[in-house]
Design a protein around this ligand. Structure first.
Ligand code: ZN
Length: 186
């Protein structure tokens, strides 16, 4: 397939909600292949369709490292059906080159989605592992939510964005997470 341009923070598609996929057609499998090619070309752990300007509910993740064989996981129309625990996650995003900041995440998630063949599967990721955090990060992209919206320290995040010449934080987008905050402070 093809390596696509990854949109940067500030571009419109990143803030737009994505549409459900009604049928895993050729168009969707082409999209999946483009996402995988683009993600691997950038050494990313995950990539969501809106990041290449396509607002469909599709993302891909591969948390394999080093000499491990590639292990792409394709999520179409994902739903997070269970979430629990809280953890602080230092995250970056291919749409925010070089910028990392601490965000709040659930420790455990269970997700239900369709794979590239249109088959439904359920996957559980626990203990704040990279997969658990990546699922939440990529899932958010489908609703126009970005990792910085979950940041723990607004001022630190603002400085990071400035340092890497990215657009400013939008304070009205910050997500209140009393449940996670409480658990992190306990
Ligand atoms: Zn991202």
């Amino acid at each position: 397939m093809a390596i696509k341009k990854v949109l940067r923070y500030g571009e419109k598609s990143l803030r737009e909600p994505s549409k459900e996929v009604h049928k895993v057609s050729r168009k969707i499998t082409d999209l999946v292949n483009d996402l995988l090619d683009t993600m691997y070309s950038q050494n990313g752990v995950g990539l969501a369709a809106p990041q290449i300007g396509v607002n469909y509910r599709v993302f891909v993740i591969d948390v394999s490292t080093g000499n491990e064989p590639l292990n792409p996981i394709v999520f179409i129309n994902p739903k997070i059906i269970k979430k629990s625990g809280a953890i602080i996650s230092n995250e970056g995003c291919l749409s925010f080159p070089e910028a990392y900041t601490d965000v709040r995440r659930y420790k455990n998630v269970m997700v239900k989605a369709q794979d590239a063949n249109g088959r439904t599967f359920t996957l559980e990721a626990k203990d704040g592992c990279l997969l658990a955090r990546a699922i939440q990060h990529e899932f958010d992209h489908l609703d126009g939510i970005l990792f910085i919206d979950h940041c723990i320290n607004r001022f630190e995040t603002e400085n990071v964005l400035k340092k890497f010449n990215l657009p400013e934080l939008e304070p009205e987008r910050l997500i209140a997470e009393p449940e996670l905050e409480k658990e992190l402070n306990d």
